[in-house]
Design a protein around this ligand. Structure first.
Ligand code: ZN
Length: 299
């Protein structure tokens, strides 16, 4: 194992770059803008430049760099080929080969939620476990990652672990970003929680502190619930029931040792974790009832 490595999270607006030693200690991190013009054709060369600049700045030779690990917001196959990534403007892009040619370094590519799960298993909330489910409750998408016996379940064409698109409501009339109706992320991502809240407010005239909040966020809903607002408490319970019961179904398939909850929504903390666990146990298969729960540790 060489001394250094890079971790890159390619997102729709920024690429977050981390420079690490190979024990997993973060030495430096920074962001560059994601240029999605012309079908995102310059994204990989921009990342390559950022890596080269850093190595020049630190006077580190590429011989001391193990490689670059990359997360992208779309399905990635086992060869490191991305199959359509709407946020980046990409069609089929062989990230491993292209960035490898640009940098001369070894490249490993995965779906962002899957590699987040790997990170949590290595250095975060699931440290020491080999059977892990991670759910990322982000502002937009509620993606996930499933690790069985230390390996990410990426599936046939990289779409494994897409927990966010499990159907949880057959009666939904609004479409999910994926085009289907009633996906988990429509209820449990940050935007999903706000959507549920607005629906509930439109249907009831009950007094609640969240009714007066302009540009309501998921954090507002959790804060109001913590302060004892009955409508907000009901909403949090509804969200956690949907998530808890869905996770208990997934647990029947992969029998995880631990379930890690990450993403912006997870900042709500114990109120979220305890409530998900309560509903998980209610619907859980007996042998999975002792599954541990943790918040993501890496941010
Ligand atoms: Zn969906």
């Amino acid at each position: 194992m060489k001394k250094y490595a890079f971790g890159v999270d390619i997102g729709g607006t920024t690429c977050k770059i981390g420079f690490f030693d190979t024990n997993g200690t973060l030495l430096d991190k920074w962001e560059i803008k994601t240029n999605t013009e012309n079908n995102g054709e310059s994204i990989l060369s921009d990342v390559a430049k950022a890596v080269d600049n850093k190595l020049a700045q630190e006077a580190i030779s590429k011989d001391d760099v193990q490689g670059i690990g990359i997360g992208v917001p779309g399905p990635v196959d086992s060869q490191g080929v991305v199959h359509r990534c709407v946020n980046l403007g990409w069609g089929v892009v062989n990230v491993a080969e292209e960035l490898g040619n640009l940098t001369g370094l070894k490249i490993k590519v995965g779906n962002d939620a899957n590699v987040a799960a790997l990170g949590e298993m290595w250095q975060g909330g699931a440290k020491g476990s080999k059977d892990v489910i991670m759910v990322t409750l982000g502002t937009g998408v509620g993606g996930g990652g499933i690790i069985v016996d230390g390996k990410v379940v990426a599936g046939f064409n990289g779409a494994g672990g897409e927990i966010g698109h499990i159907t949880v409501n057959n009666d939904e009339i609004e479409a999910c970003n994926c085009g289907q109706y009633g996906c988990l992320e429509q209820y449990t991502s940050a935007t999903g929680i706000v959507r549920l809240a607005k629906r509930k407010l439109a249907k009831s005239t009950e007094e609640t502190s969240i009714r007066e909040i302009p540009n309501l966020t998921a954090k507002d809903v959790f804060d109001a619930a913590k302060a004892g607002d009955a409508i907000a408490i009901g909403l949090v319970d509804e969200v956690c029931e949907i998530l808890g019961s869905t996770l208990s179904n997934i647990a029947c398939v992969v029998n995880p040792e631990i379930i890690v909850i990450g993403g912006g929504v997870s900042k709500a903390g114990d109120i979220l974790l305890d409530n998900i666990k309560k509903h998980f146990v209610e619907t859980s298969f007996m042998a999975c009832r002792e599954t541990k729960f943790a918040l993501a540790g890496l941010g």
